[in-house]
Design a protein around this ligand. Structure first.
Ligand SMILES: Cc1cc2nc3c(=O)[nH]c(=O)nc-3n(C[C@H](O)[C@H](O)[C@H](O)COP(=O)(O)OP(=O)(O)OC[C@H]3O[C@@H](n4cnc5c(N)ncnc54)[C@H](O)[C@@H]3O)c2cc1C
Length: 459
């Protein structure tokens, strides 16, 4: 009998396995594809590896203004893909080693939750065989899959790829149409735009990247290389590589492309592990969980993308820790005090340049009826920013505070290092820091993050 069986070996599943192994629990991890899940194999890691190669290419091509001359700068997509594969393989073997280190048993196959009265088990289907494994607790971390909206002509069209397909193309498309201006769509637009594709983004909403500050998003759109935007546009059909859509004035338009990326969001994986048969509550968003990641069935938890609450790898990590704490308490007959909070989850877009944010945007705070004060400053206030990017580069920081309490509600960053800077801002929000406290903090000089201090001093 296992203490815990985990279904899914992505960030949520493997981190939970490590933590449980560390606490001496007998753990089985069932994974049907590769350890590391979406994030490591076809998500966060491969996209950032390719974006970094694109950044090297851009810097080599544009180094002249910094006094560095490189001749005949070129890139080789096959070599970039090989490097990406090397990074993925090395991280995947790192996860395998961690499982060994924490004495986690790993089984390759499809896991299905079995609920019979008070008994809990996981059925594993592998190579035509079926095994049943009894357990005291189950953590479902089955993640998510790309959503394929029912657009006529999208399915079984060799020119229409999802993010996984676009990560292994053999040539840079001359023209790329990206359906969906969310984080994934914009990262691919930035990658292929930098590598020379002519990119058209078609987005149904009026602005790209929903969590982004509405003053910063237009700035990012303006500077993404070789990328045009069709906002407020609804795709009606696809024929070959041509995407037809209705624009915001109701006019029919189209974009012809060599490849189309379908980046219209991700769907929580609620079909592969027997949720319905086990009686687990599932909505269109994902598995219903409480703040400790418990499902409606005692002894079964669900963490990460599968519950649809915050589809980010770092959210999956934290949800896994919350679930582990509750599972360990449950095994001893109690429940944990640790709960999941979503108000300080940072997000980042690793486009060139980057954007990141945490907490409320100005628009969200106003919609919630909160009286706010705001301060926005350009990154040109930073000496390091100018030294590394020049005086024409875009970038700014916007800070939102509660007008009454002066507690920081949101920090939004557009510019290089945004993804690295945002952790500090998340800590400020998590700790409900007031601006008077931030004013006493010391920022390293010269650094780009000093701009956060400048924004705070404006209040
Ligand atoms: C292109 C792209 C870029 C991304 N970039 C970022 C980023 O930069 N930062 C970020 O935070 N997030 C990013 N994400 C999102 C991130 O990948 C996910 O939020 C994260 O992987 C969720 O982790 P998870 O453990 O919940 O699920 P997953 O990583 O999806 O892992 C779930 C695992 O469960 C397995 N599984 C499913 N069903 C079963 C079953 N029945 N039996 C056995 N195994 C099963 C799957 O094979 C999979 O390996 C990106 C996603 C994509 C697609």
């Amino acid at each position: 009998m296992y203490d815990v069986i985990i279904i899914g070996g992505g960030p949520g599943g493997y981190l939970a396995a490590e933590r449980l192994g560390h606490r001496g629990k007998k753990v089985l991890l069932v994974e049907k594809e590769h350890l590391g899940g979406t994030c490591l194999n076809v998500g966060c890691i491969p996209t950032k590896t390719l974006l970094n190669s694109a950044k090297y290419y851009l810097h080599a091509s544009e180094g002249e203004r910094f006094g560095v001359h490189a001749e005949k700068v070129s890139f080789n997509l096959a070599e970039m893909m090989a490097w990406k594969e090397q990074v993925v393989q090395s991280l995947r073997s790192g996860v395998t080693s961690q499982m060994k280190r924490y004495k986690v048993e790993v089984l390759s196959g499809t896991g299905l939750v079995e609920v019979k009265g008070a008994a809990r088990a996981v059925k594993v289907l592998s190579d035509g065989s079926e095994t049943i494994h009894e357990t005291k607790a189950i953590l479902v971390a089955a993640g998510s899959v790309p959503a394929m909206p029912p657009i006529p002509g999208a399915r079984d069209n060799p020119k229409v790829l999802d993010s996984t397909g676009l990560l292994s193309v053999s040539a840079v498309p001359k023209k790329l149409c990206v359906i969906g201006g969310g984080v994934i769509g914009i990262e691919f637009a930035s990658l292929f735009g930098t590598l020379g594709s002519e990119v058209s983004v078609v987005e149904m909403l009026d602005e790209i990247i929903p969590p982004m500050d509405k003053d910063q998003a237009p700035l990012l759109r303006r500077v993404l290389k070789n990328t045009g935007f069709n906002l407020g546009c609804k795709v009606t059909r696809i024929e070959g590589g041509t995407v037809f859509f209705t624009d915001k004035n109701g006019k029919d338009q189209s974009v012809a492309a060599d490849l189309v990326l379908m980046a219209a969001g991700r769907r929580a994986e609620t079909l592969s592990w027997g949720a319905k048969e086990a009686g687990i509550d599932v909505t269109g968003k994902g598995v219903t969980v409480d703040s400790r990641m418990r499902t409606n069935i005692s002894g079964v938890w669900a963490a990460g993308d599968v519950n649809g609450r915050s589809m980010l790898a770092h959210s999956a990590y934290r949800m896994a820790e919350v679930a582990v704490n509750d599972i360990c308490a449950f095994l001893e007959g109690g429940s944990s005090n640790d709960t999941m909070r979503y108000n300080a989850v940072p997000w980042a877009v690793y486009s060139i340049p980057e954007a990141a944010g945490v907490g409320m945007t100005e628009q969200e705070a106003l919609a919630a009826g909160i009286a706010i004060k705001k301060s926005a400053v350009p990154m040109l206030l930073s000496g390091r920013f100018i030294a590394e990017n020049g005086v024409k580069a875009p970038g700014n920081v916007k800070v939102i505070i509660d007008a009454k309490t002066e507690v920081i509600l949101g920090v939004h960053v557009l510019g290089p290092y945004a993804s690295e800077m945002i952790w500090g801002a998340a800590a400020l929000i998590e700790n409900e820091t007031r601006i008077a406290d931030v004013k006493q903090m010391i920022f390293p000089h010269p650094s780009v993050c000093e701009v956060i201090r400048d924004a705070v001093w404006n209040f």
